[in-house]
Ligand binder design. Structure first.
Ligand code: PMP
Length: 387
């Protein structure tokens, strides 16, 4: 028997090794301890508010597990909608100020669902060039023409929309971008979309829990409740759980229930995840000091590392090469600080970066020490780079 597929996989691995882009999924032990046995401070995950291990959030997950079991056991339209899903959707409306919410099993599925359901025959999709992979995948799955406009460039968007007169266009952007941490000029983008009757989908994956004192950028700009501005979010970052949601009008929710394939053909969100996210969403509303702490801690990281503070939790430190980024990450890991490493193809502009996440629960001396180590390692990596 020939080993065609074994050889093909080996070739792919060799190519990745040559290009220095091999990725790993390192095991992180509970409590932030590394397999090597040293303590590590997590400035890499998306648990911006420290809610994933908050005892109230964990208790809510336990409670939902006890009441409803380990699985929703079916898709939402069969028997998979439980009271815990309704409670979650109500909590997400309280959090975002939106009239209606529909929970999906991930933020990825929420983006797939909303773009495919809102496009269809005769529509076109325009994406910000830095939009998340899930929005690009959603545009491809929509089977309608799609294109990108220059990142955060309302003039380019205006030009692209003007070139599509009479078309039903869905525009998709993020509120705060995951890699660079910059905010979208949402008020201007909404004005441009309105001039052309386009609908704007805003992915608040990195905005909810952080921007607008936790309630997101769309809420803070007073754009809530408009039928032409739709919000998507994840439950797996600031809310410390798992899952996703689309927020907007009740008519939109009904449309998605009937047409979003990643909702219809997917098992309902696990009860424990829904219970955890419900409590986390309420905590974000009742305790805005959580979001304030992320912003303050982000400022500490940015100033120690000599970069301009981003609009979100993630501070991004450019590295001279993918190899330098990996080496810096490993050095920091050995020093007990976990940071993210972003390399092509996950970086929209091709620049490799250390991705340092501010958290509400890493403060004081811990934060100063960790950010100091990041700053030193990043400086050394830049000095080592060939000029
Ligand atoms: N949108 C953005 C901007 C994201 O960063 C992510 C997560 N990386 C997602 C969507 C997907 O969310 P989830 O992890 O819940 O699938």
């Amino acid at each position: 028997m020939s080993d065609v597929w074994g050889s093909w996989l080996r070739e792919r691995a060799e190519l990745r090794a040559e290009r220095g882009v091999e990725r790993f999924d390192p095991v992180l032990r509970l409590g932030g301890r590394l397999p090597g046995g040293h303590d590590a401070l997590d400035l890499a995950s998306n648990d911006y508010l420290g809610l994933a291990r908050d005892e109230r959030v964990v208790a809510a997950a336990h409670d939902a597990l006890d009441r409803y079991g380990a699985s929703a056991t079916a898709s939402r339209l069969v028997t998979g909608t439980l009271p815990v899903h309704r409670d979650l959707e109500a909590a997400l409306c309280r959090l975002t100020g939106q009239p209606s919410a529909l929970a999906f099993s991930t933020g990825y599925a929420a983006n797939l669902g909303v773009l495919t359901a809102l496009s269809g025959r005769g529509a076109e999709i325009l994406l910000d060039a830095h939009a998340h992979a899930s929005l690009h995948d959603a545009a491809r799955m929509s089977r309608v023409p799609y294109a990108t406009f220059a990142h955060n460039d309302a003039v380019d968007l205006d030009r692209e929309l003007a070139a599509r007169p009479g078309r039903r266009v869905v525009v998709a952007v993020e509120s705060i971008y995951s890699v660079l941490g910059d905010a979208a000029p949402l008020t201007t983008l909404v004005e441009v979309c309105r001039r052309h009757d386009a609908l704007l989908v805003v992915d608040e994956a990195h905005g909810i829990g952080v921007a607008g004192r936790g309630r997101g950028l769309v809420h803070s700009l007073g754009l809530v409740g408009a039928t032409d501005v739709v919000v998507t979010m994840t439950l797996s970052k600031a809310l410390g759980s798992q899952g996703g949601a689309v927020l907007g009008s009740t008519a939109l929710r009904n449309h998605l229930v009937n047409t979003a394939r990643s909702f219809i053909f997917d098992t309902g969100l696990a009860p424990a995840a829904a219970g955890a996210a419900t409590t986390a969403a309420d905590l974000v509303v009742t305790d805005p000091s959580l979001a304030d702490a992320v912003r303050a801690n982000a400022q500490v990281i940015a100033s120690l590392c000599g970069v301009e503070q981003s609009a979100g939790a993630v501070q991004s430190l450019p590295m001279p090469s993918p190899e330098a980024a990996v080496a810096a990450c490993l050095d920091l890991r050995a020093e007990g600080v976990l940071v993210g490493c972003f390399r092509p193809p996950s970086v929209p502009d091709g620049v490799s970066r250390l991705r340092v996440t501010a958290r509400a629960d890493v403060t004081g001396e811990d934060l100063l020490q960790a950010a100091g180590r990041v700053a030193r390692v990043a400086r050394v990596a830049r000095q080592r780079a060939p000029r």
